[in-house]
Design a protein around this ligand. Structure first.
Ligand code: IMP
Ligand code: MG
Length: 189
């Protein structure tokens, strides 16, 4: 395994990820075409999807996903960071916001991995308050054991019932491992 030091096992191979991302893209394409109706391409162009990626982990997934979605779309990014300490654990800070207003638009939030759900819950609340026409969420990995808040997940790539720490395909440990083409569990010691 390249960069194999510290990696326990590969959980999702490049090929598995590629196949699942294509399935998600096909489903999203179908759903958003239905949402806009059997409109002409011109009508669809007048109502493009806005894909909102949560930096930085989502970069690789989003790049692959949008290329499997066949409706007119734009994308933009947000950065949300937890700066929790002993007094206020899990406090979230919006470090980078979207460039344009989103009122009246169809929004698809894209996240790499959902753990406690706090990050996504915060983003969903923040964007909902801006009155989009529709708001859906796609995550590559739904890691369930530590969930603290219920979040609506409309498209899920993979569900992980074990509490593993994952790296690769954009997921990091201390900023590292994002460039692995597969997803692996990190050795915990
Ligand atoms: P949540 O707010 O607890 O749901 O955390 C979500 C964020 O924590 C994700 O966007 C990731 O940045 C990070 N995260 C959670 N689990 C993992 C993991 O297994 N590997 C890498 N990052 C993770
Ligand atoms: Mg993240």
């Amino acid at each position: 395994m390249a960069q194999g030091k510290g990696l326990k096992k590969i959980l999702l191979s490049e090929e598995e990820i590629r196949r699942r991302v294509a399935e998600l893209g096909a489903q999203i394409t179908k759903d958003y075409r239905a949402l806009v109706g059997q409109a002409s391409w011109e009508k669809q162009l007048a109502r493009p999807l806005l894909v909102v990626g949560l930096l930085r982990g989502v970069v690789i997934f989003l790049a692959d996903l949008v290329r499997t979605i066949d409706v007119p779309l734009r994308y933009d990014f947000m950065t949300v960071s937890s700066y929790g300490n002993a007094d206020s654990p899990g406090e979230l800070l919006l470090l980078k916001d979207l460039v344009d207003p989103i009122q009246g638009q169809d929004i698809l939030i894209v996240e790499d991995i959902v753990d406690t759900g706090q990050t996504l819950s915060y983003v969903q609340r923040t964007l909902k308050a801006r009155k989009p026409r529709s708001l859906r969420t796609c995550c590559l990995i739904d890691k369930t054991p530590r969930r603290e808040v219920e979040v609506q997940l409309d498209y899920v790539g993979f569900r992980l019932e074990e509490n593993e720490f994952l790296v690769g395909y954009g997921l990091d440990y201390a900023g590292l491992y994002r460039n692995l083409p597969y997803i692996a569990a990190l050795e915990t010691r």
